[in-house]
Ligand binder design. Structure first.
Ligand code: GRF
Length: 204
């Protein structure tokens, strides 16, 4: 089956992919306590744990992770709340077939705590981004973004919930485009064959 998902925790994006009918060959976590593992197992998706703490270096962990991924020979590897920085060697190995979802409108707010940072910056709009992974953290060619409004009185939690709803919409869409051969990645830019919108705005 064509897609392997890497998770570290809750697994709601992975679940959204399954709900959308994306065929996951396996779900791999770097943490044995990731909640998403039980969700995958309940849906008969094979799961595996490659504990990052068991490896002395990032390189050794990434090599073990790649070996586990490659057992399934996936066409695409999706990071779905996978909270480890990957080595350039790993990223190269899966170049053009490694996707991530990030909870901000990149290039704004790469890194952690994006919702609190968007509020602190007085942003009027916020959202999420699916992108191909390059060795620069939370950069890389953008496949699709969803924009949500920042509303008066918003807390980071309220904003997170509003963004997460859109993550669950755009990640399956991006993966389907990939599997349908509709993504053209050229000169660091992604074009969708057929011209579907790569920026969607959630209704208020
Ligand atoms: C999501 O907000 C995703 O954008 C970010 O980490 C969170 C993971 O949530 N990379 P989940 O594990 O998919 O529920």
């Amino acid at each position: 089956m064509p897609v392997v998902a890497l998770i570290s925790g809750r697994g709601s994006n992975m679940q959204a992919l399954l709900d959308a009918g994306i065929p996951l060959a396996a779900v791999i976590s770097n943490r044995a306590d990731a909640k998403g593992l039980a969700i995958a197992a309940a849906r008969d998706v094979p799961t595996a744990v490659v504990e990052h703490r068991a490896y002395a270096t990032r390189e050794a962990f990434d090599a073990a992770l790649a070996a586990e991924i490659d057992r399934y020979a996936p066409r695409l590897v999706v990071l779905a709340g996978f909270m480890r920085i990957l080595t350039p060697r790993f990223v190269e190995r899966y170049a053009g077939r490694l996707m991530n979802i990030h909870p901000s409108l990149l290039p704004d707010f790469p890194g952690l705590d994006t919702h609190a940072r968007a509020l602190a910056a007085g942003a009027k709009r916020h959202g999420c981004t699916v992108h191909f992974v390059t060795s620069e953290l939370d950069h890389g060619p953008i496949v699709i973004q969803a924009e949500v409004p920042v509303l008066p009185g918003d807390t980071a939690d309220a904003l997170e919930a509003r963004v997460l709803r859109e993550e669950h919409v755009i990640y399956p869409r991006a993966v389907k485009w990939f599997l349908d051969g509709r993504l053209d990645l050229r000169d660091g830019k992604v074009r969708v064959k057929g011209g579907d919108a790569q920026l969607v705005t959630a209704p208020r």
